[in-house]
Every structure is written in C-alpha cells, then in structure tokens.
Write a protein that binds this ligand. Structure first.
Ligand code: HEC
Ligand code: HEC
Ligand code: HEC
Ligand code: HEC
Length: 213
C-alpha cells in the first residue's frame, strides 16, 4: 500500500519536474462556475454542483448528466466556411448545456424547480449569445487525416499542460466531436491558464494541439 502511494507521488513529482512549472490541480471551488463566489453572486445556495447537477429528481427528464436545469431552445447561426472539410451542425452534445446559460436565455438561478432572474446579458464578458458564426466551429465529427491533412489524428498525444500524455480523442473530444469542452474545462479541473482553458492558449499551445501549422 505504502509502496503504491510512494510510487504515485514519484510519478507526480516527475511530472512537475518535467513540465518545469507548477501544475497544482485546480478545482471548481472559487472558479467562475462556483456561482456564489464568482464575480457576481448568481445564486444563494452554497452548493456548487446543484446549480448544474442533482443526484436525485433532477430537472432534466432525459436524465443525461443528471442535468438539473432546462436546456436552450434558441436558434443559432452556425460557423460556416468553404475551406473546411467539416460541416458544423446546430449546437449538439455538451455544447447545448453550456449554451443554455451562455446564450443568456436561462437564468443561472433557475435550477431544480426554482425560477430565477440572474441571466448572462450582452454586457457580460462570458455572454456568447446566438451568433456562433464568428466563433471557433463546434458540433461536428473530428476529421480524419484523410479528410484534413492539417488536422492531427485524434489518436495524437497531447504534449503540453496537465493533459500531457492523453490523446485528443480521450481528453478533448465529446463522443468524437468538437464541442465547447474541446477547449474549456467546465469544472476548472486541471485547467492550464485563464478562461477555464484545458490547454493554455499562450504560445498558441491550445491551437497547435490539433492544428498542424
Ligand atoms: C456550470 C455547470 C456545472 C457545474 C457547477 C458542475 N458541473 Fe459537472 N458537468 C457540467 C457539464 C456541462 C458537463 C458535461 C461536459 C463535460 O463533461 O465537460 C458535466 C459533467 C460532469 C460529470 C461527468 C463527466 C466528467 O467530467 O466526469 C461529472 C461526474 C460531474 N460533471 C460532476 C460535477 C460535480 C461533482 C460538480 C460539483 C463539484 C459539478 N459537476 C459541477 C456542468 C457543471
Ligand atoms: C449554470 C450556467 C452555466 C453553465 C451550464 C455553463 N456556464 Fe460558463 N459561466 C457561467 C457564468 C454565469 C459565468 C460568469 C461568471 C462570473 O464571472 O461571474 C461563466 C463563465 C465561463 C467562462 C469564463 C471563465 C473565466 O474565468 O472568466 C468560460 C470560459 C465558460 N463559462 C465556459 C463554459 C463552458 C465551456 C460550459 C459548458 C461545458 C459552461 N461554461 C457552462 C454560467 C454557466
Ligand atoms: C477551439 C477552442 C475553443 C472552443 C471550441 C470554444 N472556446 Fe471559448 N474560448 C477559447 C479561448 C482560447 C478563449 C480565450 C480567448 C481570449 O483569451 O481572448 C475563450 C473564451 C471564452 C469565453 C470568455 C471568457 C472570458 O473570460 O471572457 C467564454 C464564455 C467561452 N469561451 C465559452 C465558450 C463556449 C460556451 C463554447 C462552446 C459554444 C466555447 N467557448 C468553445 C477557445 C475555445
Ligand atoms: C480540439 C481540437 C482543436 C483545437 C484545440 C483547435 N481547433 Fe481549430 N479546428 C479544429 C477542427 C477539427 C477544425 C475543422 C477543420 C476542417 O474541417 O477543415 C477546426 C477549424 C478551425 C478553423 C476554421 C478553418 C476554416 O477553413 O474555416 C480555424 C481558423 C481554426 N480552427 C483555428 C483555431 C485556433 C486559432 C485555435 C486555438 C485558439 C484552434 N483552432 C483550436 C480543431 C481544433
């Protein structure tokens, strides 16, 4: 038992040494998604998870993700580009969950059976809205190298930040698709820089993880 533990620490220590900078694990506590302590006190509960998930009787009839909130029914303008091999669809998968707050249609304090009033508005830095045509494309299947030779294979290993050693497919894709969670970590677990980014954008490390440029 002790040996196992010691081994684990050795691996962590080696990881820290190798990366050359502190990569203490981060958590949702005190992050932008800890809604009582975020810049604005969005909710009155001190339970962090309950605003998005409930272990029982959650508000989403489908039950997926134990989601304790409504989901957006807004119409979005998607990214489109003739130079892409991929074809982004309407927001799907976990992106719908993000946009349910970030499009401003559902108040943060509307969870469970509560009806609140604190929504993200056009003036908030975190407001994304309905026009996704000037945002990085989401909600499409990650292309193969045959389809797009300048996109790294989804089996490629990440070489920077806390996700080092994991594949793009496991760590960044949502059922093989690009979604908001391909770049952001909603729980701020192992984030690497500001804006809840899973891989830091300084030096464009995030972009170069998938794009061969
Ligand atoms: C702001 C909303 C939000 C809050 C608050 C939140 N989550 Fe999540 N959670 C999500 C979304 C969106 C997903 C799906 C996307 C993903 O996995 O990144 C998810 C996925 C999950 C999953 C399944 C996938 C995984 O990452 O393991 C677990 C387990 C989970 N959350 C637990 C928690 C716990 C425990 C808390 C509180 C400490 C919490 N979440 C707080 C939004 C939230
Ligand atoms: C329950 C509503 C809710 C959900 C669900 C939600 N967010 Fe947020 N998010 C917010 C609010 C509110 C803020 C702004 C908090 C503040 O600054 O006061 C925020 C902030 C952020 C920020 C800015 C972080 C920073 O440090 O400035 C990012 C990035 C973000 N969210 C991405 C996501 C992604 C990606 C998802 C889905 C995987 C998601 N959010 C799901 C409500 C939500
Ligand atoms: C290809 C990567 C990528 C994808 C996909 C992506 N984002 Fe981002 N996002 C970023 C980067 C990088 C930043 C930081 C921009 C900057 O620093 O100028 C950012 C910034 C943000 C911010 C503003 C944070 C702040 O502090 O002002 C929010 C909110 C956000 N993203 C939400 C989302 C949501 C919701 C989705 C899905 C609909 C999404 N993002 C998809 C890379 C991405
Ligand atoms: C998780 C992988 C991933 C990350 C991270 C990522 N991208 Fe992408 N990006 C893609 C994929 C896949 C496409 C679609 C490529 C295609 O189908 O031709 C794409 C499309 C694009 C396009 C559209 C190209 C066109 O022809 O219209 C641009 C520009 C772009 N990404 C830039 C960026 C930038 C800048 C960053 C960093 C902030 C980034 N990407 C991060 C995977 C990623």
């Amino acid at each position: 038992m002790f040996k196992k533990l010691a081994g684990g620490f050795a691996v962590i220590a080696a990881g820290l040494f190798w990366s050359g900078w502190a990569m203490a694990q981060t958590t949702i506590v005190g992050s932008a998604h800890d809604f009582q302590s975020a810049g604005t006190a969005w909710v009155t509960t001190d339970q962090i998870c309950i605003v998005c998930h409930a272990p029982h009787n959650n508000a989403n009839a489908a039950g997926e993700m134990l989601w304790n909130r409504g989901v957006t029914t807004a119409t979005f303008t998607n990214y489109s580009s003739s130079s892409m091999s991929s074809n982004p669809t309407d927001p799907a998968g976990t992106s719908v969950l993000c946009l349910s707050c970030h499009d401003g249609t559902i108040a943060i304090d509307s969870y469970g059976n509560l009806t609140g009033a604190n929504s993200l508005g056009t003036g908030d830095p975190a407001y994304v809205g309905f026009d996704l045509s000037n945002d990085h494309p989401i909600s499409f299947t990650y292309p193969t190298t045959g389809q797009d030779p300048e996109i790294k294979p989804s089996s490629s290993t990440i070489t920077v930040g806390p996700l080092t050693g994991q594949t793009i497919a496991n760590a960044l894709l949502d059922g093989g698709e690009i979604q908001c969670q391909s770049c952001h970590d909603v729980h701020n677990t192992n984030t690497d820089g500001p804006s809840l980014l899973a891989i830091r954008v300084s030096g464009s490390d995030l972009c170069l993880t998938c794009h061969s440029k």
